[in-house]
Design a protein around this ligand. Sequence first.
Ligand code: BTN
Length: 257
Amino acid sequence: MGAALAALDDLAGAFSLVLLTECDSTNSRLLAELPPDDGRVHVLAADVQTSGRGRRGRAWKSWPGASLTFSALWRFAPDAPVPAGLSLVAGLAVARALEELGVEGVQLKWPNDVLVHGRKLAGILVELTPGRGRVPAAVVGIGINLQLPPDADVEYATGVTDLAACLGQAPDASRLLGLVLVQLHRLFEVYAAAGFSALRGAWQQRNAFANLPVNILGEAEALAGTCAGVDDDGALLLQTPGGLRRVLSGEVSLRLA
Ligand code: BTN
């Protein structure tokens, strides 16, 4: 954790960092045992997850040293609106940390996959904690591929990649954790003050599907159109023959047509 603390620098006091050698899922663990609200962001990282979870009920597979996997519990002001677009902000934070490490060609696939040259490098699973009709906190779970085993069976339509392939060698996982947390802290502050609209331009600069024909799968009605970026609340904008449509994140998935 030393390298993470060094990367956090004067933000170190804003975080509580716990590293486990193994756990079922860092998201599940944080949700099951909510840490005290002591003003810090509680981060749980694991070397290996035995039941890592991805979006839409998929698994996030794990091998020792293969990926950086962690979750952070972010609490918002009691009167904050439902945090729309939060998972896009998390994707942007990961993209910026990777760029800081020297990774080139980082792109974002709505709602929150991180791609390099079309291949998936990182995934994000944001889960909101329910609380008496309010949304007091979000568990932001992030998995970044460091060095996948050669025989790793990870399914992704356009393939997967890892940082060893992008950079020539895998970076120090602890330093990468610190860099991502710094970016999350910065961007979540902007988001809390000004909403997703303040970060929309930065997200769209990295939009992997900008102006490309796409299909939206997983809703009752399949949609096809041209990706026209994202709205002020993080909804995907799709130009269809019937006009501009807004697609909310959740149980949908976007594919290049
Ligand atoms: C996806 O690509 O579908 C999202 C993957 C999210 C994986 C991370 S790893 C840390 C955290 N714990 C989990 O069980 N999932 C997230």
